[in-house]
Structures are given as structure tokens and as C-alpha cells.
Write a new protein. Sequence first.
Lengths: 159, 751
Amino acid sequence: MAKITLNINKKDYQLEADPQMPLLWAIRDLAGLKGTKYGCGVAQCGACVVHLDGEAVRSCVTKVSRATGKKVVTIEGLSENNSHPVQKAWQEVDVPQCGYCHSGQIMSAAVLLREKPNPTDQDIDDAMAGNICRCGTYLRIREAIHKAAEMQQKAPVKG
Amino acid sequence: MNNDKNALDRRSFLKASLLSGGGLMLTVSWLSSFKSPHKAEALNLPDQWSQLNGYIQITSDNKIKLICPNPEFGQNVMTSLPMIVAEELDADWKNVVVEMGPHDPVKLGAQFTGGSNSVRMYWKPLREAGAAARQMLREAAAQTWNVPVGEVTTKAGVLLHSSGKSAKYGEMASKAAGVPVPKELKLKSPKEFTVVRKSKKNVEVQKITSGKPLFGLDYTVDGMLIAMIQHPPAFGMKVKSFDAAETLKMPGIKDVFILKLYEDGFEQGGFDTRSFNELLVIVGNTTWEVMNARKKLTVSWESAGQLKDTVAGRDGKKREVVVPGALESTTTQMQQMQDYAAKPAQQLRKDGDPETAFKNAAQVIERTYNGPFLAHNCMEPMNFFAHVTEEKALLAGPLQAPGWAEPTLAKLLNLPPEKIEIQMTRMGGGFGRRAYAHYLSEAALISRKVKAPVKLMYTREDDMTYGIYRPMYTATYRAALDANKNLIAFHVKGGGIPEHPIHANRFPAGAVDNYLAEGWQIPSNITIGAFRAPRSNFNAAAEQSFLDEVAEAAGKDPIEFRLALLKRAKENPVGKNNEYEPDRYAGVLQLVRDKSNWGKPGNEKFHRGVAAYFCHNSYAAHVVDMVSRDGQPYVERVYSAMDCGIVINPDAATNMVQGAVVDGIGNSFYGELTFKDGVPQKNNFSNYRMIRINEVPKSIEVHFVENDLDPTGLGEPPFPPVFGAVANALHKLKGKRYYNQPFRDEPEKTI
Ligand code: FES
Ligand code: FES
């Protein structure tokens, strides 16, 4: 056990954690933020994707020690008021079925759009292939990412 | 307006009361004939289950709260069911808030998510609930304004009178609570619909996109412990002894113990299936601590041997079921199936004289199809929260059928049902898996033992290797053609481990003079359960590729070939009990033919496969357009046609069909679970391949047959025929037939 300070969604959390503990469980169990999901624990499904200093990482295989001194952003902190273009596009296209995979899908898509503001279908497939949706909402994920790209061009996200 | 004749029988169960703080609460209580479940009933739900209860609440500040009775697993019932109430209530959808109801069968009915039955079962009762409330609001306005009730109309949550008087529902709600419940209900005709048939957004989409704690795994209370179960590595094994000394030294670990799920002789209901009865449980403070410490357990396992289960029968008598003890392997299972397939089987249906017809045939086509066990792989692994004390039990988590879990729990905990509270969280997928609530019972017993609130969690590996799979199936089809290439006899003989897949009264039964269906089954200790369109998800693949091959042999277009058979079934049906309506079956085939430009120029680039199927009261047809991409078959485009009667929420319905198509393509190419000495050979997404975004079609165009028939379900029906359409397209692409799921190039397995 060690004392660890995690900065999640611009807030500092003082946690007692085994430094080996995956970031996912620190976020969910210790910081109590349940938006980041567990799907496989072995970097295969993308349900647990969060941003670590702006990069999309699979928190289930990222040691909590790696996140100290960095900025962690989870789905809860992606925007205020659910207003990130990706979130808005997801709502407009009504993407989810069960919804369980979508925290991870949205977090992956947000990084894609920052790096490629105008992605092609191929870009989307490449960037999103690590996120499984068991309900099969993939076509709507593609559509929503294109829509988010349009929205972003009209009103660029700050920060 | 249609007068609802049945309403008279039901009126005494409608109860209105005043909400505290003012407003109307309408409790719609029909007597529920819902009893404890049986598998057979669940797959073929009787009509009286449509009797249920519901809630409408209208506050004086004009908020309309509708309670969703059925658990949500992504089929969007939390939106579609309240839409039905709102329609007849004539509510303004903008003012509606939806809340998931608790498990309360007296007030909310069967509350069963499964069998594509939510909309079908709740359609009429929820309409009646809405219509009754609307009539009471009109009555209240008529009294207030001193005008005849017949002159009071409604529009989007507003009461209106020709004199210019108007009032929002909220203003009249308290008064309406005192109005006698109407004796006769008037329901809208479909052309008057303003909410139903207009796409509405998922009522929880905002919560999903912002990561709100909606799911069972997210549920937490102060002092909650985490529990995991170390189940045996193989089916047919049990724990012999364990040493937890190292585990108990690990931080955060509270206890390690063995718990028996069912006592000897426990009478299991149809959905009480469990794979392992003696549970090696580890309990600790946090998920990671428990996961980590579990690895330090030293366990020795032994053969469980042959076991006997006591299972409740449909006739009220219990019977003993023998669970074999062998450690099974896929190769030996295949051999076993081959042996059984050669033996006489149970006759399920016979029309005409198939033996003679086959003897006299000019040509006989015979093909055998195989399908493996499949794991559901719900995105959210199995889990449940339980807080059980001597006096009461609180449970919360993902569950499809609380009404089936509760009687089991009452017996296990020795508590009366009124002391058991079950809350249904949003489910991260279900697909049939969460109708089997062993994990809820396990959580409850663990909580009682450790005397604390507990969350039982399955890791992905626990979930995938636990069981309750789609069974392993095989079927041999034979078709007899006469000299003019007419289909004169049809024979299907199917079997499975541990149940056969045959639906004897489905197409092409009814369309062929000489018909024989037979089934056989082999017992196994590998547990199985409903998997999105049980049995159909294998049949549709086998039968629809077989019909494609028969059409080819007969020199006919596959759609025209099926349409001719359906015409026969309509005009001069063979036999009785044909389950499908030939017109509606033909309807989806014609619609998909027209929308896909089947047989028309412009599609040369594609290798096209078609299939259609009827199950769970709805009709589905797909045309799959395949190309070769990087040397691999790729489904680039799909056209789907559905007939599920009135479509409540078209955009969500389209989402559902698209998802089923993707699921079907994925399972066609990759779905498979094999065994070696009882050990499942896949345990996570690293080896159990799931379809991903780069493998799904560019477009899936979904069309619905437009009619005013009462709505039926969509969760399952679009899924099964995808396999058949993929198989048929593959044949066009590769020039050979694929008989074994998953479809891939390898030395063919044969049975
Ligand atoms: S839970 Fe991290 S990738 Fe699946
Ligand atoms: S919506 Fe259910 S897993 Fe993606």
C-alpha cells in the first residue's frame, strides 16, 4: 500500500493503493467514479479507456503508479454538461443499445477527433477497432464520429 | 376510436389515488396469472401473461412520470413501453420522465425481458392504462368547466373545450384522482397515433454519454464488500480441498470459504440452472484486492462424478435429472453426435408419406450442418449486489427475469417474497444469459454468510467459462425432387448437446406434402441456456442454406423458390399447427427483394445471399452483399426487411435490427466455444473473437412492412436468418458451401 495522489477530472484524490493496482480499479473503487467500465481486464475491449495526459489508455492494464503526476480524464470529466461534440453526436445519432461500451467508445473517439479532425471511415475503423460493442452499434458509432467532426468544425472544443 | 371490449372485465383493477402533494396516481392492476417459470413456457409465452399492472403519475406541476415495468438490456424498452402509455394518455413526450420500476409483480406484472416479448406483452395493458387516465382527466375538466365530457378533447397534454377553455393535465390531475375509473375504455386507432411510430431518443442516452452509474457493476453502498467465486476449471469437476493461507495474508481480504448453492434435493425451477454447486468464495474490500489475492489460492479439484438434480416439472411433479460426470471434449462430442445421428430419433411431426416420396424421388439432396457452443459474452460480466439479513433481503443488479429469481431466492433464504426487494439496474447486455439468476442467489447467500452488503462479481474469464451456453447442434436435412424439379418431400433430423434444435412446425412445414421432423439429444454437464433466439439461431442457418441449395438444384431463384412454397402453404396448407403466416413471411421476402434490387443489374460487384425466418412472432429477411477484401470475405452491405406489426419507435427498432445483423455476421464467422477434458478453450476476448468495427458492413438498410397489426418483438427475430444469408453469400463468393459454424476455411468437420 502506498499513498498516491491522482488527478482525475481536474480534482486531486488522495488514495491508499497498491502501486500495482490497475488505474481502472483506482478510478472505480477508490475514487468512486463508475463511468469507466470493466469489460475484459486484458486490453482487448476498450470499455476502460480513459485519457492520461490526453492520450487514450486502457486503464485495466495501466498501473496506477503510472498515472501519478499526470492528468486523468474519465467520461465524467470529458466535458461539463455532456457537451463534448462526441457526446452530443452520440445523443443525436442515438447510438447506444445497452450502453455499457460507450464510455470507452466516446473516450476513444474524442482522441481520434483531436488527432484527425476530419476522419475517414478507414481512420475511424483503425482507431476504434480496439473497442468492442457486443450489441453491434458500430454503424452508428461511425455515423456519430462523422457528425461530431462536423460539430467540432463549427464550434471547436477548447483545451 | 375502438372500444376495448376486454376493458369491462378489467376495470375493477384500475385504481386512482391522490399523490402526496397533489396530482394523480393511476395504479393499473390486472390480476397477474404469472407463476413460477418453466422453460417451455418461457419460450412460448402464453397470452395471459399480457395481464399486468402499471403506474402513471401526473403531478400538479405537469410532470408525467411513467414507470417502466421491464428490465432494460439495450432493447430500449425504457423508451418504447412508456411511449405506449404516453400515446393513449395523449401526453406531451417532452414532459414525460421515465423511471425503472422495482420488482413488484402485483403492480407491474410479469416484468420479464426475454422472448422478444416486452412490447408484445405490454402493448394492450399499457394502452389501456393511458386511455383510462386520459378519460379521467377529461372527466375532471368537464366537471370543472361544467360542460359535457364528450366536448372535452385533448392534445399533447392539454385539455381543451370549444369555448376556449384549456388546462394542462397537471392542473386537473388532483381532481382526476377522485373521478371514478371509466367503465369503458376507448383506444386510439393507429391513424390517430402521435407518439407511437415517431422516433424518440433513448430516455437514458444523456446518462450513458456522461458515464452515470447505471449498471449493476456500478451499484455501491457504504461498507460493501466484493466477492468472487473460484469455479472449477472444467465442467464435471468440483473442489476437493483448498488452502487459503497465502490469500488471507493479502491486504483487504476478509474471508475464504465454501458455500453450497442448492441443498441436496432442492427443487430447481426452469431457470435455476447453475454449473457448479459448491462455491469457493473469496471476499474482500475492493475488486483489485480480491482479484489479486484469488491468484494465491491453492485449490485441488476432483471429478464431480455423475450427479442428480431435482427439477420442477410443468405438471407440478418433480423429476430427477442425471448430470453425467465425464470431462467432455469437442472431438468426443462430435463422435457422440455422429453415433446418435445414426440412431432412430423422436418423431416431432410427420405429414404424408415421406418414406415413399424419398424412395420415388428423381433426386435426393442430403446435407448436414453443425453449430458449436456459443458464449453470450454480455459486455457487462455477471454480477449482483446483495444485502441479506435474518429479516430481509435487498438485491440490485442486472437481471432479465426478477419474477423467476424471487421464488428461488425465497426458498434459499427462507424469507417470504414481501421481505425480498429486487431492483433492476440497466444491463450491459443480456441476450438470454441474464434470465438465469444463479449469480443473484450466490450473491444473496454470500451476503448472508458474511453478514454484510456484498457485490458478487464475475471477471470476464469467470463469465466466459461458467456455462449457460448456446447448445452444440447438428441437423441433417434431406429434400426430394421429382422429375420436374418439384419439392415433394422434406426431412429434418436434428440433435444437440444437451437439446435438439428442431422447431417442427415452422416453414417449410405446411408447404410440402411429405414432411418429417425428428429430434434427439445427448445429456451433458456443460450447462446451456437461452441465447438470442434459442434453437432458431441454428435452424435458420442450416435450413436457410439448405433451401438455397435445393433451389439451386431445382434451377430456381432462391427468393422465387421460397415464395412458391409460401404460396402453397397459404392456399393449400399441409398439416396443422403451422406456426407462421405465409403472407407475412412472403411479405418480408418481397420487401427485401424489391429494396435490394435482387436480380436486377447494378449489383454485379456483390456476391449476394438471401435468407428469411420467422421466430418470436416476427418475420425477418436479409440480403447480404459480400465482397472479397484483402483475401477475406467481407459483408459490405445488408438489406433487411422486418414485419413486427406496428413499429413503436422506428429509429430504435432500426438500431436493434442493425445490431442483430452485426451480431449475426460476427457469430457466423467467429462464434465458437470448444472444450478439452471439460475445460472451455476460450476465456477472454483475446481468444474468443468478437466482431469489431473494421469488420462490419458499410451500410445496413432496414425496412419495415407497414401494417396496423399489434406489435411483436424485435430483439431476436432479425438475428437467426443472418447466418443463412451469410452462408449463401459465401457460397457465391467461394463457389463452395459452408456447413459448419463458424464459417471458415479449414479441413471440414463432419458429423
Ligand atoms: S477492460 Fe480494459 S480493455 Fe477491456
Ligand atoms: S451498446 Fe451494448 S456493448 Fe455497446
